[in-house]
Write a protein that binds this ligand. Structure first.
Ligand SMILES: Cc1ncc(COP(=O)(O)O)c(C=O)c1O
Length: 459
C-alpha cells in the first residue's frame, strides 16, 4: 500500500492486486474429471471462483456432446449473470458507462447491424473504413487536432497505449538506431497499460513521483531525462486520483529534449472538453498544447460507446507511420495491419459512430452537466464527513477518498459483496451514497477507492 501526505490511504495497489487475483482465478485451469453429459476427452476441473452451473453443479468445462437448444443456453446464461454486479442498480463505479436505455438500444442495433463485418479489410468493408475515419476525425477535432492529425480506432485504452509506445519506440529507432535501450518516463500514477507496453516492446519504464497534489513532479521529469529517453507520459486525468498532470510543463520538457509526449486521456478525453464548455476550470491538455505528440482516448468510457472502442491520435501522419505493420512475404498475400489486432469487430466501430452522431455535442454536454453536478454533490458530501476527504482537486468525475485517521480500506472490506474492479477497491456504492449524505455512516461506509462516477442513471 502506498502512503503519502502522512496517512493517506490510496487505493491503487490493493485494487490491482484484487484484479490480478480475480483474473488469475478465471484463467487458471486444473485437470479434473469431466461433468456428466459432456465429453471426457480432456476433463478439467472448474477454475476456482467460477460459478457452478445450477443444473449439473459444475461448469461448462468440455464441449457438450449434443446440441443444447438456444433458449436453454440463454436461460443458463441469464441465471449465471445473476451473480454479476448490478450495474443497472448503480452498484458499480466505472467498468460500465451507461447513457440510458434508449442510447443502449441504438448501440445494440448499430452493433448487430455490423456484427459480422470485419475491420481488418477496409477494401471489403468501405462502410467500416468510413465509420472509423469519421470517428477518428470527430475525436481529433474535439481534442485540438487539425488536418495533419492522424489516428486509428483500437479495442480499448490499453491497445491505444500499446500503440503509442510501440510507435515511439520505432520512431526513435528510425532516428537514432544507436539507442538500443530506449526509456520512457512515467509518473507513478500512469495507467499499468504503460508497464505492459514497456514489457511487450522492451522500453524501460523510468518512474517519477507525483507531488502532494498528486500531479506529476515536473522537476523529477526533467531530472529523469537521459540520452535514451524517447517518450514522456502525462494523464488527463489519471485513474487513481482523477487529477490532471501538468501537461503544458511536461510537454515543454519533451519539446526541449526533442522527445515524444503522450497524453493518456483514455478516461478524460471525451469528458474534459465538455466539462470545460460547461464552465468548469480545465487546463489545456490536448493538441492545443505545443509538444503533445499523441493522445489516447477511450470511446467505451465517456463517449458511452459499446465496449471495444478507443482512439489513438498522433500529431501527424509521419509519426503514425511507425505504428503500422506490414508483412509482404506471406503466401497468403500482403498483410497490412494498423493496430495490434488482426480481425477487428465491425460492431464496435459502427456503434461508436452511431452514438457519436446520435448524441452530438448537445447530448454529450447534457450528460456531462448531469455527471458534474452529481460529482460535485458527492465531493462536497464526502468532504463534509469528519476525518474523510477527497484527495487533491479532481477536475472531472473521478475521485479518490482518503483519511488521515481511519483505515478506509477496512469499511470497504466489510461490505457484503466486495467489488473488484479497475482501480476499484471493495466499496459498495450504496455505502458511499449514504456516506455522502449522512455523516454518521461515513466511517463505516467509505473505503479508499478511486471511482468513476459515470452517468447519473448509474448512481
Ligand atoms: C487513464 C486510463 N488509461 C488507460 C486505461 C485502460 O483502458 P482499457 O481498460 O480500456 O484498456 C484506463 C482504464 O480505466 C484509464 O483510466
Amino acid at each position: 500500500m502506498k502512503r503519502s501526505n502522512g496517512h493517506w490511504f490510496l487505493a491503487g495497489s490493493l485494487a490491482a492486486a484484487a484484479l490480478i487475483v480475480a483474473g488469475w482465478r478465471l484463467y487458471s485451469h486444473y485437470p479434473r474429471k469431466g461433468a456428466p453429459g459432456r465429453t471426457t476427452e480432456r476433463p478439467v476441473r472448474p477454475p476456482e471462483g467460477v460459478i457452478p452451473d445450477s443444473r449439473s453443479g459444475t461448469n461448462i468445462i468440455t464441449l457438450p456432446t449434443k446440441r443444447i437448444p438456444a433458449e436453454n443456453v440463454l436461460a443458463t446464461m441469464r441465471q449465471i449473470r445473476e451473480h454479476d454486479a448490478k450495474w443497472q442498480e448503480g452498484k458499480v463505479w466505472s467498468l460500465v458507462f451507461h447513457a440510458g436505455d434508449k442510447v443502449t438500444e441504438l448501440l445494440k442495433e448499430a452493433y448487430t447491424t455490423f456484427f459480422s463485418e470485419n475491420g481488418l479489410n477496409p477494401m471489403a468493408f468501405p462502410s467500416l473504413k468510413k465509420f472509423e475515419a469519421e470517428v477518428v476525425t470527430m475525436t481529433a477535432s474535439l481534442l485540438g487536432g487539425d488536418d495533419e492529425t492522424a489516428g486509428n480506432m483500437t479495442s480499448g485504452g490499453t491497445e491505444s497505449i500499446l500503440m503509442a509506445v510501440k510507435t515511439a519506440r520505432d520512431w526513435a529507432r528510425a532516428r537514432n538506431p544507436a539507442n538500443i535501450a530506449p526509456e520512457m518516463i512515467l509518473p507513478t500514477t500512469a495507467h499499468p497499460a504503460f508497464e505492459k507496453a514497456a514489457h511487450y516492446f522492451s522500453v524501460k519504464p523510468v518512474h517519477i513521483p507525483v507531488r502532494s497534489d498528486f500531479r506529476a513532479d515536473v522537476a523529477a521529469a526533467r531530472d529523469a531525462i537521459t540520452p535514451n529517453t524517447i517518450l514522456l507520459v502525462g494523464s488527463a486525468p489519471s485513474y487513481p486520483h482523477g487529477i490532471i498532470d501538468p501537461i503544458a510543463e511536461l510537454a515543454q520538457i519533451a519539446q526541449e529534449n526533442d522527445i515524444l509526449f503522450h497524453v493518456d486521456a483514455c478516461v478524460g478525453g471525451f469528458m474534459l472538453p465538455f466539462v470545460r464548455k460547461l464552465g468548469y476550470p480545465v487546463p489545456d491538455f490536448d493538441f492545443h498544447v505545443p509538444g503533445v505528440t499523441s493522445i489516447s482516448v477511450d470511446l467505451h468510457k465517456y463517449a458511452y460507446a459499446a465496449k471495444g472502442a478507443s482512439v489513438i491520435l498522433y500529431k501527424d501522419r509521419a509519426l503514425r507511420r511507425h505504428q503500422f505493420f506490414v508483412y509482404s512475404d506471406w503466401p497468403g498475400g500482403i498483410y497490412p495491419s494498423p493496430t495490434m489486432a488482426g480481425t477487428r469487430p465491425g460492431g464496435a466501430i459502427a456503434a461508436a459512430w452511431a452514438i457519436m452522431n446520435h448524441l452530438g455535442e448537445e447530448g454529450y454536454l447534457e450528460i456531462a452537466d448531469a455527471v458534474m453536478k452529481t460529482a460535485t454533490k458527492l465531493k462536497d458530501g464526502i468532504n463534509a464527513i469528519e476525518g474523510v476527504q477527497v484527495l487533491g482537486e479532481p477536475m472531472m468525475s473521478i475521485l479518490a477518498i482518503g483519511s488521515d485517521r481511519l483505515n478506509v480500506y477496512e469499511g470497504g472490506h466489510r461490505r457484503p459483496h466486495p467489488l473488484p474492479g479497475a482501480g476499484g477497491g471493495p466499496v459498495r456504492h450504496h455505502g458511499q451514497r449514504r456516506a455522502a449524505r449522512r455523516r454518521e455512516y461515513g466511517a463505516e461506509a467509505v473505503g479508499a477507492a478511486t471511482r468513476s462516477i459515470g452517468h447519473p442513471t448509474a448512481l
